[in-house]
Design a protein around this ligand. Structure first.
Ligand code: 2BA
Length: 112
């Protein structure tokens, strides 16, 4: 099969809806708890290996179930720089719906 490995980094709040969507459509996946390097918040990474012909179906499920959310950060560093005189302006960050990487699978073996 011409396989593809879809790596999807999603927000934790979308995990259960996505899990149900993928499972009910018959897709297998591995879920790894992860952390975003920028926000240092928990997120989740899913590894989904599929036939190339199923990539769009998986992406449609992710699109339907993972949502963009706005986060506001208080940059503590700018407060420290001003000696705490000025409260920092919150920084708006858009997170998600999902960060997706799609890679070709060179070989797939199952050991029984
Ligand atoms: P975080 O690294 O915690 O990033 C959360 C959000 O913060 C990002 O949302 C983006 O809006 C913002 N952000 C990240 N790095 C930034 C920077 N250097 N300067 C300004 N803003 C920044 P998303 O783009 O939706 O990413 C959500 C999560 O997906 C990320 O969490 C990270 O875990 C993963 N991710 C995103 N891009 C990636 C990449 N190129 N490689 C590996 N993982 C990635």
């Amino acid at each position: 099969m011409a396989g593809r490995l879809i790596i999807a980094i999603i927000q934790r709040r979308d995990l259960e809806a996505l899990r149900q969507g993928l499972t009910s459509a018959g897709f297998s996946f591995t879920h790894v708890a992860s952390y975003g390097g920028f926000l240092l918040e928990a997120n989740d990474t899913l590894f989904i290996a599929v036939n190339e012909s199923k990539v769009e179906a998986v992406l449609a499920i992710i699109q339907e179930r993972c949502h963009t959310r706005t986060r506001y950060l208080s940059p503590i560093s700018s407060m420290l720089e001003t000696g705490g005189l000025f409260p920092p302006a919150p920084v708006e960050v858009q997170v998600g719906g999902a960060q997706i990487f799609i890679m070709p699978i060179e070989e797939c073996r199952r050991i029984d």
